[in-house]
Write a protein that binds this ligand. Structure first.
Ligand code: 6R9
Length: 653
């Protein structure tokens, strides 16, 4: 849906709270305001300097080749090995005994992996893949639970130059087959199963089924990690146990240097419609920005911090902020297999207490779920080790931001709201914890070296105080290079809407200070009586009501107003669905945003449909609100959610 310039995305929400960086953090911050100045003075030299944070076999002499836009080459004459940068170099620098991974299994088993052990494991796995015939350039599909082997497998692929394609462990055989076929993968790395919600959940059967589908014939080996010990069907000659082939390999493996533009991975975006897009990332530029942003935004002090990103590795957040960013910086981190409420709703907080986690990176969906469960749950645990909190994946409603800071961060820790995408590879817009005075609900400023702005339909930059489309105006090192096998789709999807600018698909506004507020996907924008209204603003207004933990709004076609707002709300722990609640919430939204934004219908629900990375699938809610047959539900975490929601609605008229 278009956003007309005269009525661009309503800019209704007012949020006046401000939080200055803690003095102590600011004084010792990894990155200061100096980086903004350096990047503004010479963007190319700025990124060249950040590339020098990595160890190159051949140092690049050229920074950006933009002679064939939008097909970028960064550091093209340099060579490096990503796994060497993430593992070996820390061991060589004398940090072999430092813990890389504190693994916590859902059933309570745990395992510690030091950097020296990680180097040995990655080397053995690299040798095993080579024995299975994997060569540089061959694609490897990874379909694993959140266990150390997932990290090891990704690094082993990187080490031998075999691009990986990680597929969420929760995706169906169909989704897996499509991804294997599109990437033409030769090997699949999987497990018998993983633990989820207190029981073993099988993975291997989905691989077996996927490999019966057309387009997957080239898969010659399936490498299977034993995690749950459940009974597993076996195809002789194709299937091999990880424990049979990996441990017997030599722990010596010489990493080969690859061109900076060698493909590192393909990751399919949780596309809402159509064929999933295989987003291609390459080596040098990707690692430069993943590494620098992790260092800058999370202020990681590798000697003392314990970092935990709760994402699944099947999401880009797991790639950049569990594997490549943190490990390139020598971080000690927690890796947790399971769900936040198994065996109890305090499991995450218990893990933070156990490992003394100091930096936590999670998604608004998780924060809102914890709000729903109640403040008393985190209050039972010692969270005093935390010094920095991050958010990613969706706009964070100001009230959820405040709750996060107060109940998890003891009203003390800065929050970094990080905007980025699978396509951007790394964080693009975010506060810097030692520099930025934060505003709840805003990602605020492009990072040093990044150029972003908000424009209107005609492509003109909007003035402060107005809304429009978020665009990126200069190429960046970790940008996608193309859509795997489909350059034309790359051009059409991202570079054709506005000339020479990358269109992110998100609505945004600039406040009076010029800071950026994300307003949700442009496709979700609602058009009510000629006004474009952002889903994010209405949802944030609903969440600012003390009885609401989470909300999703959609525009459903309406004979009088074009679209009318339908709101699905999840109530907070103690609130009940009493008479008059809908009227109360409608009045609250009218007071916060104005009468135009008042939802026509309000439906309390127990759950909302979400993707595996926690994004609300408004498209499905729109189907419900318009009494249509549901569209594609294959990327939903839990498909029963939709049945529950539909059962709450009056039958179709
Ligand atoms: C990293 C990731 C990308 C889309 C993006 C936007 C939304 C992510 C956000 C945010 C507002 C933030 N998004 N972070 N919206 N504030 N801090 O999520 O990648 O799964 O590809 O999704 O997520 O809509 O365009 P991906």
């Amino acid at each position: 849906m278009g956003v007309s310039s005269n009525e661009s995305l309503a800019n209704l929400l007012k949020e006046e709270r401000r939080f200055a960086p803690p003095a102590e953090l600011a004084a010792a911050a990894n990155v200061t305001a100096e980086d903004y100045k350096k990047a503004a003075a010479d963007r190319m030299e700025f990124w060249a300097a950040k590339a020098r944070r990595l160890t190159w076999d051949i140092a690049p002499t050229e920074t950006l080749d933009w002679s064939n836009p939008p097909f970028a080459k960064w550091f093209a004459d340099g060579k490096l090995n990503v796994a060497y940068n993430c593992v070996d170099r820390h061991v060589e620098a004398g940090h072999g005994d430092r813990v890389a991974l504190h693994f916590e299994g859902e059933p309570g088993d745990s395992r510690t992996v030091t950097y020296a052990e990680l180097r040995d494991e990655v080397s053995r796995a690299a040798n095993a893949l080579t024995e299975l015939g994997v060569k540089a350039g061959d694609r490897v599909a990874i379909y694993l639970p959140m266990i150390p082997e997932a990290v090891i497998a990704m690094l082993a692929c990187a080490r031998i130059g075999a691009p990986h394609s990680v597929v969420f462990g929760g995706f169906s055989a169909d989704a897996l087959a499509t991804r294997i076929a599109d990437a033409d993968a030769r090997v699949v790395i999987t497990a018998d199963g993983g633990y989820r919600r207190g029981k073993p959940s099988a993975l291997k059967p989905a691989v077996d089924e996927a490999l019966t589908r057309p387009g997957t014939e080239e898969v010659r080996s399936v490498l299977v990690v034993r995690r749950t010990g459940q009974e597993t069907a076996w195809t002789e000659g194709r299937d091999v146990w990880w424990h049979d082939v990996v441990p017997r390999q030599s722990e010596q493996h010489t990493p080969q240097a690859f061109d900076a533009e060698h493909p590192l991975f393909i990751l399919y975006t949780s596309g809402t419609t159509g064929k999933p897009k295989g987003i291609l990332h390459t080596t040098g530029g990707y690692l430069t920005q993943a590494s620098y942003t992790h260092h800058a935004v999370f202020d990681l002090k590798p000697e003392t911090d314990v970092y935990w990103c709760t994402a699944d590795i099947g999401w880009v957040t797991g790639h950049s902020y569990i594997v490549y960013g943190p490990l390139s910086n020598g971080a000690t981190q927690v890796l947790y297999e399971g769900t936040p409420d198994t065996p109890h709703q305090g499991r995450w907080w218990e893990i933070i207490q156990k490992y003394r986690v100091s930096i936590l990176y999670t998604a608004p969906t998780a924060i809102r779920t914890c709000m729903k469960w109640g403040d008393d749950i985190p209050a039972k645990f010692d969270l005093s080790s935390l010094r920095l909190l991050g958010s990613v994946g969706e706009p964070i409603n100001p009230e959820a931001w405040i709750w996060y800071r107060k109940h998890i961060g003891a009203d003390r820790t800065p929050i970094v709201d990080t905007w980025w995408q699978t396509e951007t590879g790394a964080i693009m817009i975010s506060p810097l914890p030692g520099v930025t005075t934060t505003k709840p609900g805003s990602a605020q400023n492009p990072l040093p070296g990044i150029s972003a702005t908000v424009i209107d339909d005609e492509g003109n930059e909007v003035p402060n105080g107005s809304g429009g489309y978020l665009v990126l105006t200069e190429p960046w090192p970790s940008m996608l290079r193309t859509i795997w096998g489909d350059d034309q789709r790359y051009l059409d999807t991202y570079w054709s809407r506005f000339e020479n600018r990358y269109f992110a698909g998100d609505g945004a506004k600039k406040d009076d200070d010029g800071d950026i507020w994300l307003l949700g996907r442009v496709d979700d924008v609602m058009l009510v009586s000629g006004h474009n209204i952002s889903t994010t603003e209405v949802e944030s207004a609903l969440v600012s009501h003390p009885k609401v933990a989470e909300a999703a709004v959609v525009g459903a076609s309406d004979p009088t107003t074009g679209q009318a707002i339908a709101a699905f709300v999840i109530l907070r722990g103690s609130a009940t669905e009493e008479e008059g609640l809908a009227e109360e919430l409608r009045a609250h939204v009218a007071k916060e945003l104005g009468p135009i934004a008042k939802p026509k219908r309000i439906l309390p629900v127990a759950e909302l449909p979400k993707t595996r990375s926690g994004k609300i699938m408004r498209r499905l809610l729109r189907d419900v609100a318009e009494n249509r047959q549901l569209g594609d539900v294959t990327t939903l975490t839990d498909s029963t959610v939709m049945e529950l929601i539909q059962s709450k609605l009056p039958a179709a008229p």
